[in-house]
Design a binder for this molecule. Structure first.
Ligand code: FNR
Length: 342
């Protein structure tokens, strides 16, 4: 199967396996405050990850790898949405365009449509530093995402089987590029030890990519004869993963992703310590099912809802939201207790 056909298969299966919403946000409850001294109009949604300034914590996460006309079309539509809503956007893996220059236009269209926007380049952790520089140049990217996706590779019939020297390659890429590096998971979450390893090689931003949304084990198992079902329920839920990284010894900027679907999920993510939030499967489903305008409306409503929620929580800025009191119950509390995280 060609790379482009495999990626189309991903989109099809991502939409049909659905978003399980077992991300842990249901375990987080805010402590209501009856006297917030704040006006909705004064709420400020700007954020920062590492040195990167964002006008909104919401961004469209990586989805369109593989190249081909479908990649180009989806990239163009997503970039137009990002431009219209004033949010950032990541592209899917650019490896196809690095190996075949014909494919570059499927990615370059993103910068054309979103000329002054925040755009993240994307490659897997098998990439070399030169490939990373090429991916960044292709988009005049604001940052580079390197995805780590061991479980997806293991379940993928034609996936990688050798994961040695990953940290070394990440370190080298980080040293060679001149934009911020984001290391991201794709739906299995990150633990505090992983965050520590990444910080030790100079990484400053991680996207926890937690369990509970798009499930790549289920997606890849659809394409296997002998299914590896034991990976279908594998990974750290998004809430627990944010807590692993924030409560560890690290001083990393955190992006929350994995199953996010609402302004309330964003608010809870930030309150747990994240600085930005990535949406993949949920946005793709709206785009493919209801069209571009529906996705624009959804994002605009999320911005409005976020201001409402922040007002209720007496938080004028995302920085203030990061400190609001909350109560954690259920499996997220169990996770924290057994992991010794306070
Ligand atoms: C993805 N994702 C992804 N991530 C990445 O770093 N490079 C990639 O090429 C892709 N490709 C891709 C295709 C499709 C169709 C989907 C749905 C997703 C993973 C994505 O960025 C995100 O980490 C996970 O999907 C979890 O977030 P959601 O979908 O639960 O919001």
């Amino acid at each position: 199967m060609s790379r482009a056909a495999r990626k189309l298969d991903h989109i099809h299966h991502a939409l049909s396996t659905g978003q399980s919403q077992t991300h842990g946000f249901e375990d987080i409850r805010f402590v209501h405050n009856s006297i917030p001294e704040l006006s909705v109009n004064d709420v400020d949604l700007t954020s920062k990850i590492g040195e990167l300034k964002l006008s909104s914590p919401i961004f469209i996460n990586a989805m369109t790898g593989g190249g081909g006309d479908d990649t180009r079309s989806i990239n163009q539509q997503l970039a137009e949405v990002a431009q219209e809503c004033g949010i950032g956007m990541a592209v899917g893996s650019q490896m196809a365009a690095i190996r075949n220059t014909e494919e570059r236009k499927s990615y370059e269209v993103v910068r054309e449509m979103h000329p002054n926007g925040i755009i993240f380049a994307n490659l897997g952790s098998e990439a070399t530093a030169d490939q990373a520089k090429d991916a960044i140049d292709m988009l005049e990217a604001s940052a580079l995402q390197i995805h780590v996706n061991v479980i997806q590779e293991l379940v993928m019939p034609e996936g990688d089987r050798d994961f040695t020297n990953t940290l070394k390659r990440i370190e080298e890429i980080n040293r060679e590029i001149d934009v911020p590096l984001i290391v991201k998971e794709v739906g299995y979450g990150m633990n505090k030890n992983t965050a520590g390893q990444l910080e030790s090689v100079g990484v400053k931003i991680v996207d926890v990519g937690g369990f509970g949304g798009t499930n790549f084990s289920k997606i890849e198992n659809e394409r296997r004869v002998r299914k590896l079902r034991y990976f279908d329920d594998w990974g750290i839920e998004t809430t627990s993963s944010i807590i692993e990284v924030t409560k560890g010894d690290q001083n990393l900027s955190i992006i929350s992703s994995g199953g996010l679907q609402s302004a309330l999920d964003i608010t809870k993510s930030i309150a747990l310590g994240a600085s930005a939030t990535g949406f993949a499967g949920y946005f793709l489903k709206i785009l493919m099912g209801s069209g571009q305008q529906a996705l624009i409306d959804e994002i605009n409503e999320m911005h409005e809802d976020l201001k409402m929620l922040m007002t209720a929580l007496n938080s004028k800025t995302l920085n203030q939201l990061q400190g609001v009191p909350l109560v954690i119950s259920g499996k997220t509390r169990d996770w924290c207790e057994q992991r010794g995280i306070k």
